[in-house]
Design a protein around this ligand. Structure first.
Ligand SMILES: [Zn+2]
Ligand SMILES: [Zn+2]
Length: 264
C-alpha cells in the first residue's frame, strides 16, 4: 500500500507535514494558522475533515500554532507526550479532553498507520520525531535536532524516505544578525542541524539503504535552498553516492506546499 509524505510547510515560520496511506491521513505538527492549513490542504485536493490525528513533535510554536483551532473545529484527536502537553497547554488553548491523547515512546496505530515516536535532542520538554509505517513502506520526520545521535540514526535506517533537518549554514549563522545567545542555542547539541550536519547524516543514511531524503526546516535567515542542497549533494558525491541515481534528494519548501512524495 502506498504511503505518501507531503510537506505543507517546513521551517522556523511553521511546520505541518501530511502523511497519508490509501486509508488514512495524519498531520505531523500544525504550526501555522488554521486558515493557512485549510488552504494548503485545499490546494492539493485534501480537506481537514479527513485528518485522523495530529501528532505533535514538541511545543515550539512553529509546530503547534494551528493545533488547538483545528482540533476544536474539526474534532481531530491530538497526540503528544505528557511533558509536551504540559509545556504546550498555554499556547494550544483548550483541546477537548476526549481528543487529547497522551502518548509514550511505544508504537501505536492510527488506523493502518503504525506510528513510532522516538526521542530527539532539542531544547523542548520532551521532543520526538516520528516513524510511520504502512504495509512495507516506512518514512520518518526528523527535524529540530541539535545533533544526530546513533539512536536516532538507527530508527531511520529502515526508512524508505526521511525528512531530515538542514537548518542553517554555519557561516551565515555566525556572521548573521541573531543575538549571540540565540546563535549559541541554535548551534548547541539541543538546537538545530546545520547543512554540514545534515550532509554527514545523509551520507550515513544513504549507506544504510535509505532511498529518499528530503531536506527540511531550512532557516529563512541563515540558509538558502541552493546552499542546503549543494552542501548535501557535495558530501554524497564525495562519498561515492550519486543523487538521482543512488538516492533521491529533495527539498521541503518553507512557505508553500512541496509535492507529494510517494513510497510503494
Ligand atoms: Zn521548529
Ligand atoms: Zn523546535
Amino acid at each position: 500500500m502506498a504511503l505518501c509524505l507531503t510537506p505543507l510547510f517546513s521551517g522556523s515560520s511553521g511546520n505541518a507535514i501530511l502523511v497519508s496511506s490509501q486509508r488514512s491521513k495524519v498531520l505531523i505538527d500544525a504550526g501555522v494558522s488554521g486558515r493557512k492549513l485549510e488552504e494548503a490542504l485545499h490546494s492539493i485536493g485534501e480537506t481537514v475533515d479527513d485528518i485522523k490525528g495530529i501528532l505533535i513533535t514538541h511545543e515550539h510554536s512553529d509546530h503547534i500554532q494551528g493545533v488547538g483551532i483545528l482540533s476544536r473545529r474539526y474534532n481531530i484527536p491530538v497526540d503528544a507526550t505528557a511533558p509536551t502537553w504540559e509545556a504546550a497547554c498555554d499556547k494550544l488553548g483548550s483541546v477537548r479532553s476526549m481528543l487529547a491523547r497522551v502518548i509514550g515512546k511505544e508504537p501505536f496505530y492510527i488506523d493502518d498507520l503504525l506510528i513510532e515516536p522516538f526521542e530527539i535532542p532539542h531544547d523542548a520538554a520532551d521532543p520526538v520525531g516520528y516513524c510511520v509505517t504502512s504495509g512495507h513502506s516506512r518514512l520518518a520526520v526528523a527535524t529540530d535536532l541539535g545533533c544526530f545521535p546513533q539512536e536516532v540514526e538507527r530508527r531511520l535506517h529502515a526508512c524508505d524516505l526521511v525528512l531530515l533537518e538542514s537548518n542553517h549554514d554555519l557561516e551565515m549563522l555566525i556572521a548573521g544578525r541573531y543575538p549571540y545567545e540565540l546563535k549559541q542555542r541554535i548551534r548547541s547539541r539541543r538546537g538545530h542541524l546545520s547543512n554540514d550536519d545534515a550532509a554527514e547524516a545523509a551520507v550515513r543514511l544513504a549507506y544504510a539503504g535509505v532511498s529518499s531524503i528530503l531536506l527540511g526546516h531550512l532557516s529563512r535567515e541563515n540558509n538558502s535552498e541552493h546552499l542546503a542542497f549543494r552542501t548535501v549533494t557535495d558530501a554524497l558525491l564525495a562519498n561515492g553516492i550519486t543523487p538521482g541515481r543512488d538516492i533521491s534528494l529533495g527539498l521541503a519548501f518553507r512557505d508553500r506546499v512541496t509535492g507529494r512524495f510517494q513510497i510503494r
